[in-house]
Design a protein around this ligand. Structure first.
Ligand code: BES
Ligand code: ZN
Length: 638
């Protein structure tokens, strides 16, 4: 711990798990790191019911059974608690959990109360805790997660590549894990954890923790899997997946899990991962989590990727066959520093996770794939910032990086791309060497701790800028706390897309479509740039000509396919409807699904009818994240 952060509970030992007079039981015996929490007003998380300054969870021990027939997860969560001496209660987060009883570590029942439900946030569970030794301070929650738990998606065999076995995965970020784990679900309250999970054969289970030995055969057609995460993590990073999956190694500490049908293609696509870990370490210091494995999930997964520690979760839609979309892997890997080591204390400072990661991602891409690809990806991201600013206005409060409680960001182009543009601007201004040394010390000095916008601002003033005048010139305050794009922004390389921009201009002016060979020779970023620059208003003949020459509908690159479908639907191009329909029936990635429904809904009765017809069919196959985002678009009312 560097400098005196305003630590709450600072008077309690930072290595004790509860009070100290009785030795803790075996599971807790190893010295446990208890991460500090922040207590400044800007670090108070309004999305949790927890009152960590009174009593907080330091360790979670799960003992759960997966029931695929009833779509239920049931068992116990044993929580170690660090509490003020005078604390009589602890408050946990829940969202729809059925809690049967709660006991202390000795099995004595503890009174508890489930409070009133708050939309999206769930319900507080207030437990009266005993006084005394570790067992008295420990609580054991006996519970069952609802089949509709927001974090969990139970896939039918038809939703998998194999088609024979069911599949389960979780998505915790941002506040979904309280629907299957009763703990304090806030990014500023770090907890170590352990889990014993039983599942029916032949399914394998993976988690965002280190697997302990081989699964144990229980002799009843079920097996038990044990996982440990001995570093304190925010609870949104606890994740599980179970299905008919196999593993294949990439390098000495990297590998990939996927359904057998997908494993070959997945393995080829992520073959650069070991090199990426090395490149990342060279930039910003040792990878501190041991192994870096990934799982490629079925296409219903609602995100591109999720940075679950030691086990990144990935959509299969990034597999293009040519590694052109593997910036995704670089991104999730980079979170092993930005996000998982140093974590936004509140979701309103999400740029500390996503913006810093997007910058870091691009540095990894540059190291592995070279400057040309890296610069093009920067230029695409810059275009997205400008589009958002045009749309919502350069002075819209949501375009600041820091969002005070109760205000929302203007979207991912701000949190991700403006955040990355900020760091890139600093890098250009002070030079790579100084910038990299600063970012590395930021990770090192805040490792396994939460952070806020104010903290990084002060840190930049103290450790990056040489003096107050330089801090002023760098426009640190404007970048973090004010809307729009500060005047010193590092502009993307204007030559990054010289070739494709000339082709776009020729197409706009004379309707000249790039030759098929030229098109195939471009990078995916170039093809995406071209597709984004096609004039939005196209006739059926013009769309057919584009598709004929460029093979758009047949592309195996889902980013490009998405842009094509979006353009085609925006022009009510009938041949694209069945293709959009099968895409939307298979893929649950919100980034693709939501905009396609938005485009359809913008196309009058024609589009609204198609959208409603498709959504009626596909909605049940989407994760809660995707369902919630599309429900609003199509005006779905249960
Ligand atoms: N952590 C995010 C996913 C996320 C963000 C989940 C906010 C819930 C709330 C992940 O690292 C991410 O950014 N994924 C992107 C990857 C892309 C930017 C390369 C995605 O899913 O598209
Ligand atoms: Zn991310």
């Amino acid at each position: 711990m560097r400098l005196a952060l305003p630590l709450l509970l600072a008077t309690l030992s930072t290595t004790a798990c509860t009070t100290v007079d009785t030795p803790p039981p075996p599971a807790a015996q190893a010295e446990r790191i208890v991460a500090p929490i922040l207590t400044t007003p800007d670090a108070v998380d309004s999305a949790t019911f927890a009152q960590p300054q009174v009593a907080r969870v330091t360790h979670v021990d799960l003992d759960l059974a997966l029931d695929f027939a009833r779509k239920r997860v049931a068992g116990t969560a044993t929580l170690d608690i660090l509490a003020r001496d005078d604390a009589a209660q602890i408050v946990l987060d829940s969202n729809g959990l059925r809690i049967d009883r709660i006991t202390d570590g000795r099995g004595n029942p503890l009174p508890f109360e489930i409070g009133e439900r708050v939309e999206a946030k769930g319900e507080p569970v207030t437990v009266t805790i005993g006084a005394g030794d570790a067992q008295a301070r420990r609580i054991v929650v006996h519970y069952t997660a609802n089949p509709q738990a927001d974090a969990l998606q139970w896939l039918s065999p038809e939703q998998t590549a194999g088609g024979e076995h069911p599949f389960l995965f979780s998505q915790g970020q941002a506040i979904l894990n309280r629907s299957w784990i009763p703990t304090q679900d806030s990014p500023g309250i770090r907890q170590t954890w352990r889990a014993r999970i039983t599942a029916p054969e032949p399914l394998d289970v993976v988690m965002s923790g280190v697997a302990q030995g081989e699964p144990e055969d229980l002799g009843n057609g079920r097996r038990a899997f044990t996982f440990v995460m001995d570093k304190p993590v925010p609870p949104y990073l606890i994740a599980i997946a179970a299905g008919d999956i196999d593993f294949r190694a990439i390098g000495p500490r990297t590998g990939v899990w996927a359904e057998p049908e997908v494993l070959d293609r997945a393995h080829r696509e992520v073959a650069d991962t070991e090199d990426m870990v090395e490149a990342a370490e060279k930039l910003y210091g040792p990878y501190r989590w041991g192994r870096y494995d990934m799982i490629v999930l079925p296409p219903a997964f609602p995100y591109g990727g999720m940075e679950n520690p030691v086990m990144t979760f990935l959509t299969p839609t990034f597999i293009a066959g040519d590694r052109s979309l593997t910036g995704l892997v670089a991104h999730e890997l980079a979170h092993s520093w930005s996000g998982n080591l140093v974590t936004n204390a509140v979701w309103g400072d999400g740029w500390l996770n996503e913006g810093v990661t997007s910058y870091f991602e691009n540095r990894i891409v540059e190291a592995i794939y070279g400057e040309k690809r890296a610069r093009q990806e920067v230029a695409l991201d810059y275009m997205a910032i400008l589009e958002t600013l045009e749309e919502v206005g350069h002075d819209a409060p949501g375009t600041a990086l820091h969002h005070p409680e109760g205000t929302d960001s203007a979207g991912s182009a701000i949190v991700y791309n403006k955040g990355a543009a900020f760091l890139r601007t600093l890098e250009r201004a002070v030079g790579r060497e100084r910038f990299d040394a600063w970012l590395r010390q930021w990770f090192d000095n805040h490792a396994f701790q939460p952070a806020t916008s104010n903290m990084i601002y002060e840190d930049m003033r103290a450790n990056l800028a040489r003096d107050a005048a330089e801090a002023e010139r760098l426009m640190l305050r404007e970048w973090i706390f004010e809307p729009g794009l500060p005047a010193n922004v590092a502009k993307p390389d204007p030559a990054a897309f010289a070739a494709v921009d000339a082709a776009s201009a020729a197409y706009a002016a004379q309707g000249t479509i790039p030759a098929a060979e030229t098109w195939r020779g471009w990078t995916s970023a170039e093809r995406q740039r071209f597709l984004r620059q096609v004039p939005r208003d196209r006739s059926a003949e013009q769309l057919a000509a584009l598709d004929r020459q460029l093979g758009l509908a047949a592309t195996g690159n889902n980013e490009e396919l998405f842009l094509w479908l979006d353009l085609a639907l925006a022009n009510r191009y009938a041949p694209a409807v069945p293709q959009a329909e099968s895409f939307l029936a298979e893929v649950g990635r919100a980034k693709f699904v939501r905009p396609l429904f938005v485009t359809l809904m913008d196309e009058g009765e024609w589009g609204a009818d198609i959208a409603k017809r498709i959504y009626t069919e596909t909605r049940a196959g989407y994760h809660a994240v995707t369902r919630d985002s599309v429900d609003k678009v199509v005006g779905w009312e249960g």
